[in-house]
Design a protein around this ligand. Sequence first.
Ligand code: FEO
Ligand code: CA
Ligand code: CA
Length: 751
Amino acid sequence: MTDFTPYHEEQELDNNTSDNVHFRDILEQAITRRSLITKTASGAVALTLASTLTACGSDSDSGTTPPPADPKKLPTKLSFTPVAKNLNDIVTVPEGYEAKVLYALGDSINQSYGAWDDNDIPSGPSFQFRSGDCHDGMSYFGLNTTTGRYDDTKSDHGLLVLNHEYINQTFLHPKGPTKDTSGRRPEDEVIREVNAHGVSIVHVKKDSKTQAVEILKNSIFNRRITASTEMAFAGLAANSSLLSTRFSPSSSKTRGTQNNCGNGYTPWGTYLTAEENFIGYFFRSGADQYERTANENVALGRYGLGLEISYQDTAKTIENKDAQGRTLYKDKTSRYQWETALAGVEDQDMYDRWNASVVGTSATADYRNIPNNFGWIVEIDPFDSRQAPVKRTSLGRFAHEDCRTSRAIEGQNLAFYMGDDSRGEYIYKFVSDTKWDAKDINGGYAAGDKYMNSGKLYVAKFNADGTGQWIELSTSNPAISGYTTYAFADQADVLTHARIAADAVSATKMDRPEWVAVNPNNGEVYVTLTNNSNRGTSYTTDAANPRNYTDPVGSNGKGNVNGHIIRFREDADTTTATTFKWDIYLFGAEAQMLENVNLSGLTDNNDFSSPDGMWFDPRGVLWIQTDDGAYTDVTNCMMLAALPGTMGDGGKATALSGTATQDTFMGAKVTDENLRRFLVGPKDCEITGVTMTPDYKAIFINVQHPGEDSTAYNNATSHWPATQTDPTNTTARPRSATVVITRKDGGVIAG
Ligand code: FEO
Ligand code: CA
Ligand code: CA
């Protein structure tokens, strides 16, 4: 990859080399879609039937049915017209619904700053008051305009809080990213990029008659949190020497949050943002290999900052040596090279902090520990701009995709469920020591201290018999305290290197755990496992990750090509349970694939690939979003609505695993009435982030990185969002944006 190749999550390396699941070579046969995966004739019949059903409208009503008497009631079936798969450069929604672009990259959230202009890109510093890039996880918080505080009944005013995961450099700068003759990034570009990361908080107002939603640009609640914003550490790893830096020798604080992917929210009214692929932001020199202890090098490698040996030959047999005759290691470059900028507007320390090499006399004199300042769940109180956001270290450090809180039940401990999105990584939960008390609603960061600082962190192990265990990550576990690969100093070390502790207890390596959703009606927990091109090779199939097959189209054409959604139910329905039962709710697939690949029985109305974003709305409608590269020859990424049953409503199943099969447990096959495609996005995008107003009359989603495969700023593959109102536009820059969807009749979404 060249320095400025657009970033894709698929580029993230496998860093899990632990041997807790034995490596097994599986010879992959040349399976083509047409020879083995496709059901040919029978598949064609299924497709025809599905289209006929759509055309006749069977249960659909073109979105004109009046809202049900109780809009908060879970619908018994989905009745909107399913959206057809398509490759159009527009957000397509069901008949009777309308989609409006609300908040796009560069949009101002302050009256003093002008609008975004494709031909006059705003300055880097101005992005402290503008939308960041690559919109991702998102939550709506009802706003009581009298008290200025959280009120989950308010649909007319609310704070929309959303992540800006990373940046599409091609379109963020006037002519794409640049470097000066000495290879340094210009400061204004770096400031723009740093500010385009983080989180937005925007005040939205909805007209109760027309359902029209707008951003109030003059609201005092509007603000940006960026990769420079000061934030505090709290929890068991706060003040650990593992986190100390020149900026904060006592490890009490740091600057910035970045690669904020999925999200969560707490029952007391705060937002949780997840730091995912944070490691790629740091530079590490090759010479740093010899500045570190063996233990440190293990930890850096497990989190993706290990160094590669420099070889003289392409066969990698002759090592280069340094002046002292030692093996020479290559520098690890950072994704955006922010560490190369020279100070002008900012202090030099703002750029030096992205260099994770030993350059000073101690850890308090440089930024050798800076990678340990990231990879946390960060709590943000959208209603409180005076206090700094808080990184909650007790929830562990890894490539956090998402964080979902259990149902808030008076007198029960709260659980926070989390995925680590890389191939072969794990699912975790944190259980608070404190039991929920509804009096803490609007308790802000003090409530966060109460429920998120003290508790137990567990990792999941999925057994072949449909049961599972939560294994506590604690120094009191001999498998952790006696682990030979890495020596843990204390519990702060276990939390900071949670991945290594999870290796030590033989957790189950999953197919890239992405978002988590908790069913409000029964507490069952769903986790999207987006795909795993190495399932069946580096990672053998198992009951919880059962499929390995080949799709000849697209870059993710092998292993678990289309992903699945696993769900589990805690034993005795308690958050403190250390055992659970699981099944696979849904398998992604193309409708025409073989029955032992398309196990859920998807049809043309609901087939999908690579589930990622996912959320249960408070009624219990499950929203599923895709970030796909395997089915994108047929359709852009999408969002589906689902009405799932319960864990165990299916039974045993047999999945295709290479040339053999793998036994598993799955839920009931889906039907056209309980899983339907609600939306298809524009070209080269991901659909991610979903939230609603409490009256269910407006749903918000994010379109991330439209046109990401473009080769240059003036050669775009997408012109969205301009195309949403002008489909003939062929010149506008593609921009990530939040979209609000309402019904033309003002009714309830999916009601
Ligand atoms: Fe940022 Fe794993 O999606
Ligand atoms: Ca994601
Ligand atoms: Ca993803």
